[in-house]
Design a protein around this ligand. Structure first.
Ligand code: PLP
Length: 428
């Protein structure tokens, strides 16, 4: 399968090249050259398929013959090594929990898939690849865990100092081996700008830099898997389906919309954001004006200029009318998020963390418009990762899951940097 750059459709590369490069040389995001809907029989029989079978059927066209079938099935099975519980929260509202993986964030799926693809492509070479990644919270931990000790891969993670939670910080600073954490004096957008700059820097070509943010197709595309899992659960109700993603870089929701382009019968998508409202403002006012990110309690979504929004526009050939039939986006404040965490718990005993609560809010808002619909929001992180917010709000103490316990006593190792020059010196 070939991918083109969204800055130049004539620049085409293979799946392998797109995964290894991350971003096209002209800074464009890669996008699949063809998207072929799945046969009706796939959707008719989806409830008889295992998660692994669903994943294989949905991803195979995007890889073509570049990874042999048996190898791809092995990658999928290692990627999906945990459960995706589908939890009824209230009438017609479900939570799809994506946080039961090794770092308790949905990003485990994309990170595990991508690391294993890279491991496969590196199997016969001594050439090292450096995965350079900026994180606003959960990417770092998932990438660190997913890539730990993968052959031929060095991982360098940039995160904004003081702006990720204690557990998030430990998950990305305590593993050692091929994982290095750089603590940036700045906000997430500063980290992302440095990463983008490094990719263009000719003097770093020898490092074979690649990304592991959702700009990388091998991180982005497997995020379709669980959107299909949600449908598998909801199909039996025979109602129009609304799916809400708590959105930051818009990778998850873009994967969901890609799934719809493969034929998945989800009627409407909601991108729920926190105060970082670039896309809701765009839908309201018609002009796309990114702003610097602002810090919120749902910090993994503190993104002022969501990278994947351009891919969503491509999926609709920039036709805003068509796009708005399928898609809404709403912004919610920290105060609304906190009230919602309390409200959900007092009514249902379900414990949502801030990202999931934002997703829930967007879902409920949309369901008021879509009468007789059924809805699901993605719960993207375990509440324990935001215990400093969740515990006082609900006046309870969360038990510590074993995945988290294992990092709590380890020592943080990070290198503080402030400028791009310091990043460059570190990489050289
Ligand atoms: C990364 C992240 C998000 C945002 O996902 P995008 O695909 O970047 O929109 C939401 N919630 C959590 C917990 C995350 O880690």
């Amino acid at each position: 399968m070939n991918y083109y750059s969204l800055n130049n459709k004539n620049h085409k590369v293979t799946f392998k090249e797109a995964v290894i490069k991350g971003l096209a040389p002209d800074r464009g995001l890669y996008f699949p050259e063809t998207i072929t809907p799945l046969p009706d029989s796939f959707f008719q029989n989806i409830e008889t398929l295992s998660n692994e079978e669903i994943a294989f059927e949905t991803i195979k066209q995007f890889i073509g013959d570049e990874i042999p079938e048996t190898e791809l099935k092995k990658i999928i099975s290692e990627t999906l090594c945990f459960d995706f519980p589908f939890i009824p929260v209230e009438d017609n509202v479900f939570s799809l929990e994506l946080f039961h993986g090794p770092t308790m964030a949905f990003k485990d799926v994309g990170a595990r898939f991508m690391s294993r693809c890279l491991g496969y492509f590196n199997r016969n070479t001594d050439k090292k690849v450096t995965v350079l990644v900026a994180t606003s919270g959960d990417t770092g931990g998932a990438v660190a865990s997913g890539f730990l000790s993968v052959k031929g891969v060095e991982v360098v993670i940039l995160y904004p100092s003081g702006k990720v939670s204690d557990i998030q910080e430990r998950q990305l600073t305590t593993l050692g081996q091929n994982i290095k954490a750089l603590e940036v004096d700045g906000v997430f957008d500063d980290c992302q700008d440095m990463v983008k700059k490094a990719f263009l820097d000719q003097s770093l070509t020898h490092k074979n830099l690649t990304s592991a943010n959702s700009i990388n197709i091998a991180r982005w595309l497997p995020q379709m898997f669980y959107i299909f899992f949600a449908y598998k659960q909801l199909k039996q109700y025979n109602k129009s389906i609304v799916l809400s993603c708590p959105s930051g870089n818009f990778g998850n929701i873009c994967a969901g919309i890609m799934a719809k382009h493969l034929g998945l019968p989800i009627a409407h998508f909601v991108a729920s954001t926190n105060a970082n409202d670039t896309v809701p403002r765009f839908l309201e006012k018609g002009n796309y004006e990114p702003k610097p990110s602002v810090a919120t309690i749902s910090n993994a979504m503190d993104v002022g200029n969501p990278s994947n929004f351009i891919r969503i526009q491509e999926l609709y050939n920039d036709d805003l009318n068509e796009f708005e039939k399928d898609f809404s986006s709403y912004s919610f404040s920290d105060a609304e998020t906190e009230i919602t965490i309390k409200d959900i718990y007092s009514r249902t005993k379900y414990i949502a963390e801030p990202h999931g609560a934002v997703g829930y809010l967007g879902l409920k808002k949309e369901m008021q418009k879509q009468t007789n619909s059924i809805g699901v929001f993605l719960e993207t992180a375990h509440p324990i990762k935001f215990l400093d917010i969740v515990e006082p709000l609900l006046d309870l103490q969360l038990p510590i899951p074993k995945q988290i316990e294992s990092v709590l006593n380890k020592e943080k190792v990070s290198i503080k940097i402030k400028t791009y020059e310091e990043l460059k010196d570190f990489l050289h």
